[in-house]
Design a protein around this ligand. Sequence first.
Ligand SMILES: [Zn+2]
Length: 559
Amino acid sequence: MKDLPIGVLCAVFAIAAITMRCAGGPLENSSSLQLSLRSGLLDVLWSYPAQEEQSTTFMVDDWAGVPDFNENISGVLATGEDGEAFHVEHPESHSWVVHHDGKPFNLSYQVTSPKDSFIGKGRTGAYQPTLIKQRALLWGHSFVLYPTSDTLFDLPVRTSISSSEYANPQASWDLNEPQPMNDVINGLLAAGDYRTIVKKIMNTPVTILASGSNWRFTDEEFVSTVGKILQLQADSMGFYPAPRLMIALMEGNDSHTGGSVGRHAMFIYPNPKNQLEDEELSTLRLISHENFHVWNGQHLHPSADHGEGYYNWFHEGVTDYVANWTLYKAGLMSDEGFVRWANNVLQEYQTSPIAFTATADDLAEHYWASSDHQRLPYVKGAAAALLIDLRMREETDGEFGLIHFVKSLAVESSPNGYQRSDLSDGLAKLSGKDWRAFLDQYVWGAEALPFERLFDKFGVSHERKSTPKFDLGYTAEGSPISGQVVHVSPDSSADKAGLHVGDQILGGSIRFGDPARKVSLMIDRDGDRHTLEYFPSVDADLINILPSKGTVQSFRRLK
Ligand SMILES: [Zn+2]
């Protein structure tokens, strides 16, 4: 069954190749891209060769939750070889249609930045083009108008970069040879006052672009620690999955930190107030997590057989487990630190309002609709990964663990991505045991992960402890800060604060998930206004790992 579409594809491709040759005249086999950086502005000029079609649609897509990259793009013009203007339509916000009559043409436009600092405003500001005074940093997603026709999209791109105001312009894709359009779209363009350090990991050049002056560590400390993490992951996986990597280090702030990975490119923006090796290790976790995603791109990505979110327990949760395991194995995280991390994961999993009802199908279906659905896979996947790692070590007498499973999956899974059966088969192959029931119940299904049973089996000490858990205590029609109250749980903190069924909520503030932050609600009851405040907390019995000798022994076997 699977061979058929490939055969058909080859036949179509052969016909297309013949048609192209019959069209007459030598056809160019690349497009060219000229990027010129000025202060606060990027000039883009694409040159495309002659082609069969008479007009071409160009697009810029949403990415990383940013819906409006198109708003930074202006002055879209198309001209022929002799300078004649071609008509450009702009039918929708994200698309432009160039009527070139099949002739070679140039497409030019300008890209500006909507912000004056790297973080900018809002959650997704970091992903918008950075064209500030000192430096530029742009993901291809934010400035590439890509052709939707395969003929033009499949042409390799020859790039040149110039800059009149910023020093040292560079890109994450190769500028010496034409490169796939996808590498440009998923790549980083950078210029300005970066401190550039090149380090080799498994013969792969890693270019680190460090910016900012508020760090509590030196560039040398940063590069050396990052090098340790990258090297350990490459050694564990047996290979480094990219011919090169560019890492841009930018300053985040108290409310915005994060990172992202593209093709041969990564940016991270930790909070500069954090030490590199402080108790939380948040900066190192970020790097370790993002670097492990470098494998996800080509070697460890899910198949498209289910909706986005279905495999996120693996894509994000197992990645997060491996990220923290890396720090533990590298000696950057202590035994106590690993226990503390595991307890944070266990706690967040056990207090998620959907942990014991949302199956993988539900997570895929509601992925974009709720932050609970986006968040759960990280902790459910990391907690499941801990149990899988413990169980594998037990079943193979310490020989194989989760990392060996992930490695074999990266080497063996099809270019179309892994599927459910690849995961259970991979586990079975290494451990000699059947894993289907475990995955069906706890991973694809929504049964509570069997911590107590497995911890007992593997010598991990634990206790049940009364712990405050986030609980709003009421349900409102529509949003919890604008609807009418339809249910108040008896004896909940909302009940004790005096909230009634029928109250109309006019506004307020809620820090979801945090039982230690007061909820403040403005309500209307029979025409009178009241303000209510309470801690959205209920005591829950949560399983907690104890850092006993047995636990430490058992966890050290995972390294
Ligand atoms: Zn991630």
